[in-house]
Design a protein around this ligand. Sequence first.
Ligand code: XMP
Length: 326
Amino acid sequence: MSEMKRPETMERITTPALAQAFIAEQLKELKAQIGDKKVLLALSGGVDSSVVAALLIKAIGNQLTCVHVNHGLLRKGEPEQVIKVFREEMGANLIYVDAVDRFLDKLAGVDDPERKRKIIGAEFIDVFAEEARKLDGVEFLAQGTIYPDILESKGIKSHHNVGGLPEDLKFELVEPVKFLYKDEVRVVGKELGLPDNMVYRQPFPGPGLGVRCVGAITRDRLEAVRESDAILREEFEKAGLAGKVWQYFTVVPDFKSTGITDGQRTYDWPVVIRAVNTVDAVTAEVAELDFQLMKHLVARITTEVKGVNRVLWDITPKPSGTIEWE
Ligand code: XMP
């Protein structure tokens, strides 16, 4: 059983030089722990698993196999970026699993938020386990556990993302960033050469866009979530808000309202914009956004996103609302 407490002597990693020292130390430790054995990693493309992948690629190269599961609930461009950065640029041994139909078929008609989460979590484990069983001689499982995950083991991540690997798959854990706080993981990621939009990414829930496509997920409404989210992120980036607002995204509820486009009556979905600031996600304040920006977002979303005729702005703090809509 590995040590679960951050060593008191460990300096906070705040500079490139400290990150370089951490990386050098980890490469040594990883080589010593792993030797010539094989390691498996579920690579979502989030900052934690990406940093672990980059460290392991440096330490042990192709002894690492990364599995990227596309469950269809990722943001626009994410699976492509994972393939580009890790397979094409870093030369990683990356298995890309297109599990979109599998997830969406399982989720069809399911409208209860917690059941949706359970299905997504369980299906993810199943897909990952299937890939793991296809590989020979893997002894280690790498994970992007970070220090807050250990400290808050009753916290949001573990509360929402239930489930572990089945009994027949037993691995020794490799958790090179388990004593790091999020800001330190980002400094390390930057030094490892990961792209800024991966390193400084806002929090993204495990069930992904699935909890933003309210009620039973349909493919067309899910596309409306993905497209409107891409527009929101692009405009926040342009307006210099990307690193300033803690979390921002769109939601598509499962009801329609009337509208008019080019003199024609429409009956379509609304898109909800949610942008919040918080320290710990336990409470949150709505971000005060420029009204011109909001009007520009309305114009783009209603013209560019199929099946949408209205944009609403959710200005509810947490409490009484949660950050996500489900
Ligand atoms: P709520 O909606 O509970 O969200 O105010 C608080 C923070 O947690 C994130 N969140 C999740 N993260 N799996 C996750 O990994 C989940 O199922 C999940 N649900 C919410 C949410 O995005 C926000 O940052």
